[in-house]
Design a protein around this ligand. Structure first.
Ligand code: PLP
Length: 441
């Protein structure tokens, strides 16, 4: 980068360089249905030469973490190669531009989930940290001995453990919404628990183990009518469908960038500003203060109040690139693509002898997550054998041990689909599962 035209020109050049690098549109034709194979071309990991004798990777573990498109990888490299600086501190150009990009990313993420203001979006590391922030900050300020905290049996451990910790500390009670045998929330049980006027209700939008899509708007409205604050775990929804926090009317909503094509290291806590304003800080240190004396400190306004220390600047900036990639394709198309794939997968997978699909059987109530089990074959064996065919799935309890216990299954094998998957991936999985059955026969 030259400085021949003076500082202003240099700054403008740099801004343009970042703009063009971070806003490349995906190389996908603007057709109605998504073409998984065409999208896959944007994802270097998925286009690596397979080992000799192997077919291409069929990656079916995006619920754990998604792959990253070239624009995201390039934007990270560009940031570190050309624009790296700490933010909110320096008065030099590099730092000012990094700060500007960080705050622009926040605005873009706010638009992505339709938050009323960027101030309602706190950058955190991931969903886990977001929920811990609410439990530690809102929880400590509001939960008293005897209060009831409700979550569901379907939750990921990151939406269970923080509530257990705060309940133990405060002497509060816990209530757990039951699940039905086919893996849906028992909404009558929710209503019973709401009659006890809980302080807070936390629930997942989409189950990471079963793919169940919960009726979030209705649940938020019921919880509000009972006087409770609501926390939505959107780790498995924001990456896959259009999520509109104002429409859902939830008080808090958490998601992870790494599950939505973004880098590992940046996630988001959305919170209604009125609530965030009233909450004490979670972590103390640099950046979150207004004034510090040796005896006392006052806090910065939100969201800075909750962003102590040096944040994952590059990851937060590049999260915007991932969101932009998804928005350009259209979240409704992404969602439709996954639903069509899981529909096809549900049809085809039932051909496999002895295989039982766990969770809702109706595609209208599930996302692109498909869990299954065999009576006699351990899920880890299934995952290991399909891996020999270069099909990547997950096996285990998926960080939902209470859900597995409630359904009476120790573990499942889980295939999860995303925008870069196609019918060939489903066929590869089914073919490989037939081989599993052959081996164990
Ligand atoms: N909630 C759900 C529903 C998840 O699927 C996950 C991760 O799989 C998490 C929370 C935790 O996400 P992270 O590990 O990014 O904090």
């Amino acid at each position: 980068m030259t400085n021949g035209g003076g500082a202003d020109q240099w700054r403008e050049e740099m801004r343009l360089a970042i703009d063009t690098r971070t806003h490349t549109t995906p190389q996908v034709a603007p057709i109605d249905a998504l073409d998984g194979a065409a999208i896959r071309a944007d994802f270097p990991v998925l286009n690596q030469e397979p080992r000799p004798g192997k077919r291409r990777l069929a990656f079916l573990d995006s619920a754990a973490s998604s792959q990253k498109p070239r624009v995201v990888i390039d934007a990270l490299t560009t940031y570190y190669a050309q624009h790296n600086a700490n933010i909110h501190r320096g008065v030099y150009d590099l730092s000012e531009i990094a700060t500007q990009r960080y705050e622009e990313s926040r605005k873009a993420i706010a638009r992505f989930i339709n938050a009323g203001s960027a101030r309602e979006c706190v950058f955190v590391r991931n969903t886990t940290e977001a929920i811990n922030l609410v439990a530690n900050s809102w929880g400590r300020a509001n939960i008293k001995a005897g209060d009831l905290i409700v979550f569901t049996t379907m939750e990921h451990h990151s939406n269970i453990v923080p509530w257990q910790l705060i309940a133990e500390e405060r002497g509060a009670r816990l209530g757990h919404v039951r699940v039905t045998p086919d893996g849906r929330l028992d909404l009558e049980h929710l209503a019973e628990l709401l009659a006890e006027e809980p302080k807070l209700v936390a629930f997942t939008h989409v189950s990471n183990s079963l793919g169940t899509v919960n009726p979030v708007r209705e649940m938020v409205s019921l919880a509000h009518a009972a006087g409770a604050v609501t926390v939505v775990d959107a780790a498995q929804s924001v990456p896959h469908m259009a999520v509109n926090v104002q429409d859902l009317d939830c008080d808090f909503l958490a998601f992870s960038g790494h599950k939505m094509l973004g880098p590992m290291g940046a996630g988001v806590l959305y919170g209604k500003k009125r609530l965030l304003d009233a909450m004490p800080p979670f972590l103390g240190g640099g950046s979150m203060i207004r004034k510090v004396t040796l005896d006392r400190t006052t806090w910065a306004d939100v969201p800075a109040k909750f962003e102590a220390g040096t944040p994952a600047v590059a990851d937060a900036i590049v999260l915007n690139v991932a969101a932009d990639y998804l928005s350009t394709l259209g979240m409704d198309r992404v969602w439709r693509h996954e639903r069509e794939l899981v529909d096809y997968a549900l049809d085809r997978i039932r051909e496999v002898p002895g295989l039982v699909v766990i969770g809702p059987q109706d595609t209208h109530e599930r996302s692109g997550v498909l869990s299954f089990a065999f009576d006699e074959i351990h899920p880890h064996d299934v995952a290991a054998i399909v891996n020999e065919d270069n099909v990547a799935v997950r096996a285990g309890h998926h960080c939902t041990q209470p859900l597995m216990a409630a359904l009476g299954v120790p573990a499942t094998t889980r295939a999860s689909f995303y925008l870069y998957n196609d019918e060939e991936d489903v066929e590869r999985l089914v073919e490989s599962l037939h081989r599993v059955v052959e081996i164990f026969r």
